[in-house]
Design a protein around this ligand. Structure first.
Ligand code: NAD
Ligand code: TYD
Length: 347
């Protein structure tokens, strides 16, 4: 396929979250002229402070709204050359708690509403569904699922994301919408909400608080720097083929267990290993290993830049230098979940 033309206007959903905000910052750096509309409801996970220096730009507009709301979405898709759909409920532990219907609602139904508006009002745009490798489920070593692998999600989160992928691909096949799906491994980096393992462990280590390591810490995640992920997304938008799925992952060699990543965090923060608190039963259905084959995205010319050791070191530096950002979250919206889930105060 020919390289797609640079977009004049991009609709991003969930751009106040961790990955969506990195994508917006990167898009803006690449092309200061591009118009960016960010549809974000600002749930507990959204934070306009993730977009420093962007919010005042005349070519940026934030619409506080819901991807599930037809009229809002209809009013925004009309001029988009790219629609990049990040908005989601994204935390596995919240999806296993009571009253987790928002995962199905936002992740599946929200995706449908957005695609249906694209189909009717902007069929010529490129649509990228931001997916996750968790849809392949627990992957036994040494298997590396490629994009045709059977989906076997374990958690309500990953099941809802699998549903969203299916809806998106159905719109490509049935309605001819120019849909692509990316499936990336676990991300880490600046501005990640401190409910996820890496920022939670870094911020707890910086405050000498217990580090709640689940189920022995032998699980494998293929950690990827968020900037590497966003580079891959831009490449897919520019050069991907309609109707195709692209796995994205670091392919860490050797693969790293959660305990090994925790040890890197302890080393970089100078915190004591005695902070590790082994916890069991907090992650029902805990997947042991995620991994993906990435030949397809690499064939487009993508390769991750950051090494895990360097990446963890620079991420620790960011959290150490940006205490105000995460202290506001840990003493605010996150507190209630933390206390209920971990059974102790968040700070
Ligand atoms: P996040 O939780 O940090 O951000 C989600 C954003 O979506 C927030 O800004 C929130 O306000 C917004 N949002 C939620 N519900 C909404 C709704 N109904 N309408 C509009 N906005 C809404 O998530 P993230 O970690 O940045 O993940 C972004 C996407 O990437 C998700 O689709 C996730 O499944 C996928 N993904 C994440 C990872 C990871 O490691 N974090 C890896 C692979 C894929
Ligand atoms: P997480 O960051 O929640 O991402 P995901 O569940 O989407 O992979 O968890 C990453 C790994 O870290 C996972 O194996 C569960 C583990 N974990 C802990 O050990 N303790 C924690 O407090 C959290 C949140 C996760």
């Amino acid at each position: 396929m020919e390289k797609s033309l640079a977009p004049r206007s991009v609709l991003v959903t969930g751009g106040c979250g961790f990955i969506g905000s990195c994508f917006i910052r990167m898009l803006r750096d690449r092309d200061p002229e591009v118009e960016i509309v960010n549809l974000d409801l600002l749930t507990y996970a959204g934070n306009p402070e993730n977009l420093p220096g962007i919010t005042d730009s005349p070519r940026y507009r934030w619409v506080r709204g819901d991807v599930r709301h037809e009229e809002t979405v209809e009013s925004l898709v009309g001029s988009a050359d790219w629609v990049v759909h990040f908005a989601a409920e994204s935390h596995v532990d919240r999806s296993t708690a009571a009253k987790a219907g928002a995962f199905v609602d936002t992740n599946v139904y929200g995706t449908f509403v957005l695609l249906d508006a694209v189909r009717r009002l902007r069929p010529e745009c490129r649509y990228l569904q931001i997916g996750t490798d968790e849809v392949y489920g627990d992957v036994a070593f040494p298997q590396m699922p490629d994009e045709g692998w059977m989906l076997d999600p374990s958690s309500p989160y990953s099941a809802s994301k699998a549903g969203a992928d299916h809806i998106a691909l159905a719109f490509a096949r049935t309605h001819g919408v120019d849909v692509m799906v990316s499936r990336c491994t676990n991300n880490y980096g600046a501005y990640q909400y401190p409910e996820k393992m890496i920022p939670l462990f870094i911020t707890n280590a910086l405050d000498s608080l217990p580090i709640p390591l689940y189920d022995g810490g032998g699980q494998i995640r293929d950690w990827l720097r968020v900037e590497d992920h966003c580079e891959a997304l831009l490449l897919i938008l520019e050069e991907g083929r309609p109707g195709e799925i692209y796995n994205v992952g670091a392919n860490q060699e050797p693969e790293r267990t959660n305990l090994e990543v925790t040890e890197m965090i302890l080393e970089c923060t100078g915190a004591s290993a005695s902070l590790i608190e082994h916890r069991h039963g907090l992650r029902p259905g805990h997947d042991q290993r995620y991994a993906v084959a990435t030949e397809k995205i690499r064939a487009l010319g993508w390769t991750p830049r950051a090494d895990i050791q360097e990446g963890i070191a620079s991420t620790v530096r960011w959290y150490a230098e940006n205490r105000g950002w995460w202290e506001a979250i840990k003493s605010g919206a996150y507190r209630e979940f933390y206390e209920a889930h971990y059974g102790r105060p968040a700070s």
